[in-house]
Design a protein. Sequence first.
Length: 397
Amino acid sequence: MPEEKMGRAWKELNMDNLRHNCEVICKLLPENCQLMPALKANAYGHGAVEVARELNAMGLSAFCVATLHEGVELRKNGIKGEILILGYTHPNEFYLLRKHRLTQTVLDSEYAKAINSYRHKIHVHIGIDTGMHRLGECSENIDNILEMFKCENLVVDGMFTHLCASDSMEKPFAEYTNAQILLFYGVVNEIKAQGIKCPKLHIQSSYGVMNYPELKCDYARVGIALYGLMSTQEDTEKCNLALRPVLSVKSRVSAVKNLAAGEFAGYGMEFEAPCDMKIAVLSIGYADGIPRSLSCGKGSVLIAGKKAPIIGRICMDQMSVDVTDIPFIRQNDIADIIGKSGNDVITAGDIAKQAGTISNEILSRLGGRLSLACKNKKNKYWTKLIYSVRIKIGAIL
């Protein structure tokens, strides 16, 4: 849908950039290693169904999500391939795993028993805890892990761990990461020594691929990098991958007002006009995912290629910006919250830095009220596009 037909506020996805990022990341992967894109949290706020459809069309056939219902949503919208649930699924909902052909992570030995007692075969990946101390059976409990392979109702398709410090190559973090890697492959070797066929393996997330590309696995669980940035603006700038942001966020100017010197604007009389000025009210707020901590001049937006500082408190549904030095601003004009306008850019990393968090959080918290538009390389808007060029990463199941 063209910009002129969009409503109060929306997200815009550049699917060419998504395709580009996939190709760039795939070049780092060892032979026979496939991308397993992380589509959790609505594909980091981008729109899981829309992103998954595009990735399916490009030939990707394995995905991971955080929750059962994220996986169900993808299946109900026709997404093909393996969909791995990384988090906890209540036993009362195990039937949905079978109904929607979803793969469940085995969280520990007790959870393996719970799945096995369901008395129907469930496809699983076994989580191995090598030092993050979150989910997964402890790598030291090799007997427990071996028992999982004997459970008649567990169809073990994969095994993985999560590297908790792979985002830094400084000595203590690199040493910890290498210790995790050794523990994981120690489990793999023990499984092979017992004559058990080794399932598909995965260990790297975005930072793991970037900093440890030599690891030979079957999958790479890439999340934030797929969407064109790293967790911090500094990491994005240092990254040796030519990533391109996929998402931008835009909002309409709902009103333009003149403030006389000494007048207040917004809740709590937080902003007092230091001189006669002009402000624009934007139809987007913290309920749409804009951090309230960017209030009172900490953050800004782009209008007509220029930065407009946020004034006063960001409201649930609206916020105001200073457009005194930006001429000809009118109701229904477009402000870029995340994106490029003229020669200036505001990234999710910029906003994360101002808000004291990471890009992942900024993106994943973008609200459901935002409409979604997608565009192709000709800058035309579209709802579905099938690429004729496919990345060599496996056939769709």
